[in-house]
Design a protein around this ligand. Sequence first.
Ligand SMILES: Cc1cc2nc3c(=O)[nH]c(=O)nc-3n(C[C@H](O)[C@H](O)[C@H](O)COP(=O)(O)OP(=O)(O)OC[C@H]3O[C@@H](n4cnc5c(N)ncnc54)[C@H](O)[C@@H]3O)c2cc1C
Length: 412
Amino acid sequence: MKNNEVIIIGGGVIGCAVAYYVAKKGINVMLIDQPKRGRATSASAGGLWPLGESIGLGCGVIFHKAMIEKGLLPADSHIPPQLPKSFLDFAIQSNEMFPSLTGAIKELSGIDFEYEETSLLFLMYDDADVAFAKTLYGNCPCGNSRIDWLTPFEVKHSEPAITHNILGALRFNGDNQVNPYALADGYREAARKLGATIITHTEVTGIKINAGRVSGVETKAGFFPSKYVVNAAGAWAAQVGEMAGVEIPVYPVRGQIIGTEAMPKILSACISTNDCYIAQKHHGEIIIGSTTEETGFNTDITPSAINSLCKGAVRAIPFLEKAKVKRVWSGLRPGTADELPILGKVKGVEGYINACGHFRTGILNSPLTGLLISEMINEDQLSFPIEPFLLSEERLQSLTNNENSNHKTSIQ
Ligand SMILES: Cc1cc2nc3c(=O)[nH]c(=O)nc-3n(C[C@H](O)[C@H](O)[C@H](O)COP(=O)(O)OP(=O)(O)OC[C@H]3O[C@@H](n4cnc5c(N)ncnc54)[C@H](O)[C@@H]3O)c2cc1C
């Protein structure tokens, strides 16, 4: 057995991205994955929406609506839950890595993850949506140079399939999309080509610590020694953290989502409304997402959620009434109460590194996450300041005691 420098726990998009970037630096790396029901990468829509997600769109709108329904925000509130500028900068930098990544991954693995440069349109149905859109337009931390306010005529001209019963749309330029499964497969196969060892269908059951330093992991297939252990266990990150005595406030957030049979090309942009988001993928199928629900590790599909997503999609694109639903599914996002990922080393356990808590944006933020973790391990200068995403004592305290938060950490 070769001596591993790094073991990554979890083979979703984040673990695979970390394996790729670490292997690219010539470091011995092993990835161990036990595919669990509800793993998020297999459920994702594949949107690369740095603007939409940072300033309160995507399922953020739905989440915002849910907070109003729960009485956590006033009923007339149009204030989107905006994430800090550091997150937007992180997401934009990660998004900008995709054009070169697509060639690099294809060359090594032969896998095309179907990167598509497009945009995200937020549709305004009524005055409340217009007020919400004005807040988004006026409050973007990057200014509104990347956002266009479209009249109904302009929407009709650029996306004829969209309903004509709208008051306009906001267009977020540079919000793109990929095939998320192919992206994860591409990272994994490229990592393998670069020398990484990939072990699948194997659960990590313990992390061995000697004198405050990680020395390897226990699995059902035996013990594997290593100097570093990366926690990329998605919604199960709290359980893996516990194996090293580290509290990780990550909890599962269910998203239910729908895929249609392949259809003729009817959409260029990805669409977001108060009811749902819609994206047509490379092979013609249309993805309609998604709920944001704190139901623990429950991955059930509920007819009411699917019905309401379908209704929302037909309202936005009437032609979808003719669509045939091929599949409905759900996944567990790795949520954090401040909606920011948890990255980097922790105090007290040498060799333990977090790469978790990516919530709604793990696909988008996978390349920069992978690069940063590889730089940390190689002791290089970091390509992005990691401080806002470290699990400092203050952040841990605010994540676990957040009185304004509706979130709970649940381990199951
Ligand atoms: C419906 C839905 C739509 C989404 N849409 C988007 C989108 O459009 N754009 C976007 O950027 N993001 C999106 N996301 C979020 C994105 O999918 C996640 O942020 C991302 O997939 C998280 O990746 P991960 O690798 O951290 O977790 P996962 O993909 O869940 O991978 C974690 C892996 O670790 C394994 N594991 C856990 N414990 C152990 C253990 N003890 N031993 C071994 N293996 C273990 C799990 O089985 C799993 O395979 C969406 C999520 C959902 C649910």
